[in-house]
Design a binder for this molecule. Structure first.
Ligand code: PEP
Ligand code: MN
Length: 337
């Protein structure tokens, strides 16, 4: 962190500011120029509240040089994190695919889709049991019964399961039931939930918030990691922009941005990013080409009848065709599916 002081700052005021800063156990280097004095802070400045420094009457400007996230930062962890889930790895050479319906609707539905996506080569089965819907009158999911049905599908197919958690009081049950706990876009900044997820070691799929910057997203990952859980997988799912043609705007540049800033794996969800079934395939292809470690795709055997997100769901046949194309793209960039 660098602090630029106002020209009229007295020696006494400067010394008093320095002793305040030194309480954070950082070293302060003073650079005295002909007009300005600059303080350079050396050490772990993560716990320093920059706004508190900035309001000091002798401070002209306070700036962070390093990103505020530490554990998620590639600077302090140059080797890529590879997250182990059962006997699968996320963030290694293999590109993982998480496929399945938006919502678990019935045993027959989830088991049938699970069988088909498994045949197509999916790594994980997804299915929402608790649905964060924009309207309280929309289908809210089957709740814990939905988790039971996902477990049945896992038993039938061997596919590991991914499902979204909505609140901190569900953590025990999710740890018990699912293989990856999904934190949805709307909960990316539910800090009570993130702190609880920091206390476990189950892999967490952390979706990007609807209007979250890359830094805010990584700070949410930092919450989970700061609690002691290093197993975080990021998921770009589109952000809200002025464009209304698509449900959200898929920010594919988030993939190389995250790769430059963090060691955590990142996957892309082209279904929620576009909201349009016919756009899912091209955006999925693009995601793999730009270096994503995996995909989350909504697949439904009868999209027209789906209880949620049918308009953005592709059929099992379309998913199978997509996987064949993705295998070629993965091979071209030295990876495999
Ligand atoms: C979902 O995956 O079903 C979902 C609700 O996604 P998001 O949180 O990205 O909107
Ligand atoms: Mn959905």
């Amino acid at each position: 962190m660098v602090i630029v002081l106002k020209p009229y700052a007295s020696k006494q005021q400067i010394d008093s500011l320095i002793s305040e800063i030194e309480k954070y156990e950082v070293t302060v280097q003073k650079v005295i120029g002909s007009n300005l004095t600059i303080l350079g802070l050396i050490g772990d400045t993560a716990s320093i509240d920059i706004d508190k420094i900035a309001i000091n009457e002798i401070v002209h400007k306070a700036m962070r040089i390093q990103e505020p996230f530490k554990r998620a930062n590639i600077m302090f962890h140059p080797e890529k994190s590879v997250i182990k889930v059962g006997d699968t790895e996320i963030g290694g050479g293999k590109i993982v695919t998480i496929a399945g319906p938006c919502s678990v609707e019935s045993e027959e539905q989830i088991v049938d889709i699970a069988r088909q996506v498994k045949l197509a080569g999916a790594t994980f089965l997804r299915g929402g049991a608790f649905k964060p819907r924009s309207s309280p009158y929309s289908f809210q999911g089957l709740g814990f019964e939905g988790l039971n049905l996902l477990k049945t599908a896992r038993q039938e197919t061997g596919l590991m399961i991914v499902s979204e958690i909505l609140s901190h009081d569900m953590v025990d049950r999710f740890v018990e039931d699912v293989d990856i706990i999904q934190v949805g876009a709307r909960n990316m900044q539910n800090f009570v939930l993130l702190k609880e997820l920091g206390k476990i070691d189950k892999p967490i799929l952390l979706k990007r918030g609807l209007s979250a910057t890359i830094e805010e997203w990584l700070m949410s990952a930092e919450y989970i990691m700061a609690g002691g859980n290093p197993n975080v997988i990021l998921c770009e799912r589109g952000i809200r922009t002025f464009e209304k043609y698509t449900r959200n705007t898929l920010d594919l540049s988030a993939v190389p941005s995250i790769k430059r800033l963090s060691h955590l794996p990142i996957i892309v969800d082209p279904s929620h990013a576009t909201g349009l079934w016919w756009m899912v395939e091209s955006m999925a292809r693009g995601s793999i080409a730009v270096g994503a470690d995996g995909l989350m795709v909504e697949v439904h055997d009868n999209p027209e009848k789906a209880l949620s997100d049918g308009q953005q769901s592709i059929t099992p046949k379309a998913f199978s065709d997509l996987m064949n194309t993705l295998r070629i793209i993965a091979g071209a960039i030295g990876r495999y599916i």
